[in-house]
Design a protein around this ligand. Structure first.
Ligand SMILES: NC(=O)c1ccc[n+]([C@@H]2O[C@H](COP(=O)([O-])OP(=O)(O)OC[C@H]3O[C@@H](n4cnc5c(N)ncnc54)[C@H](OP(=O)(O)O)[C@@H]3O)[C@@H](O)[C@H]2O)c1
Length: 310
């Protein structure tokens, strides 16, 4: 489905003549910002939430340069998911400036990051990819619920399949160490799918849909910490294979755009290649999802007030 076609389904759902007055909040970066620019060109606005504001401003300039007749506004805001006080400050700022949000796209993430603790005492990959988006989402639920219809998209990965139930429980150990960098990533991505599933249940009978997506294997800087790809010589040697087997950034954001803009109103789903598919048995387990959600609330209790919980 092309982007303009998808915009039409959003307009129909929102019963609006144009996308004007709707707001997408996207935590950089998932592939191709230009594709997002095309989605919002019809008047919708976009908040680019990024750790490195310079990169956000560059992305904004790129969209304005490449997307003709861009009518919406683009806001660039600082957000560091490795700092919970910063996340809370960010959401306070958003709440003071905007009345509603149509879509929250949780796509910031790290892969194979050296293990260590954030200033809040959680493992870096777990906080960046899961705990941070969990808090961010809860603090923005009010604004999402103010929109006629709203969507939350959590960007996950097929790496969630490599995790067993014991790895998952490492969250209770005050996030010291996982078996490997790869397992740390898998846990964070499995946690995001479980979160998606449970939050979708909690938001039943509201205007908010929440889904997880797997973008596939995409050519982006996400592999900067992964030894086989961070070394330029190894990378060059693999280039002929990668050019065939790895998606371009534009291809990589299609499943996300599909989940964001499809007229299908399913919620709690895991999308891959622009269709809903089954995640791993652990990720599909309702009981584990509910338990993990409650465990996360306990772990983050100091930063989640009752108003932001659901
Ligand atoms: N590329 C793939 O093959 C692939 C496959 C499956 C899933 N994914 C998922 O897709 C999502 C997007 O990844 P990508 O491929 O687009 O990689 P990317 O280009 O490296 O984008 C990741 C983004 O996350 C941001 N980020 C990292 N730590 C942050 C923090 N503490 N606070 C705020 N932002 C932070 C990065 O900011 P900086 O620019 O400041 O570093 C960067 O903009 C990730 O969740 C990733 O796990 C990617």
């Amino acid at each position: 489905m092309g982007v303009s076609h998808m915009c039409i389904s959003v307009l129909a759902e929102l019963q609006l003549d144009s996308l004007e007055d709707i707001l997408f909040l996207m935590c950089l970066h998932c592939g191709d910002v230009i594709s997002f620019g095309h989605v919002v060109w019809d008047g919708a606005s976009l908040i680019l939430a990024c750790r490195n504001v310079k990169k956000g401003l560059d992305a904004k300039a790129e969209i304005l340069q490449k997307v003709q007749n861009y009518n919406g506004q683009i806001f660039v805001k600082h957000l560091d998911l490795c700092s919970i006080p910063n996340i809370v400050k960010f959401t306070e700022n958003i709440k003071s400036e905007f009345k509603e949000i149509f879509a929250l796209v949780n796509c910031a993430g790290v892969f194979y990051h050296p293990q260590g603790l954030t200033e809040d005492g959680f493992e870096i990959t777990l906080q960046t990819n899961y705990l941070g988006p969990f808090i961010l989402t809860h603090h923005l639920l009010g604004l999402l619920q103010n929109s006629v219809h709203a969507r939350i998209i959590n960007v996950s990965s097929e790496a969630h399949r490599n995790v067993n139930i014991y790895d998952l429980k490492a969250i209770t150990k005050c996030q010291t160490e996982f078996r490997s960098h790869f397992i740390a990533y898998g846990v964070s991505k499995l946690a995001l799918i479980l979160f998606t599933k449970e939050l979708a249940k909690k938001l039943t009978n509201t205007n908010v849909l929440v889904n997880a997506v797997n973008p596939g294997n995409v050519e982006t800087p996400i592999y900067r910490h992964f030894p086989p790809l961070s070394n330029p010589w190894f990378y060059a040697a693999q280039w002929p294979i990668r050019i065939v087997g790895v998606k371009s950034p534009k291809q990589g954001c299609q499943t996300l755009l599909h989940a964001l803009l499809t007229s299908n109103r399913s919620t709690g789903q895991y999308y891959s290649d622009c269709k809903s598919c089954l995640p791993s048995p652990i990720a599909g387990n309702d009981k584990i999802a509910a338990e993990y959600y409650n465990l996360t609330l306990e772990v983050l209790a100091d930063w989640l007030n009752t108003e932001s919980e659901c």
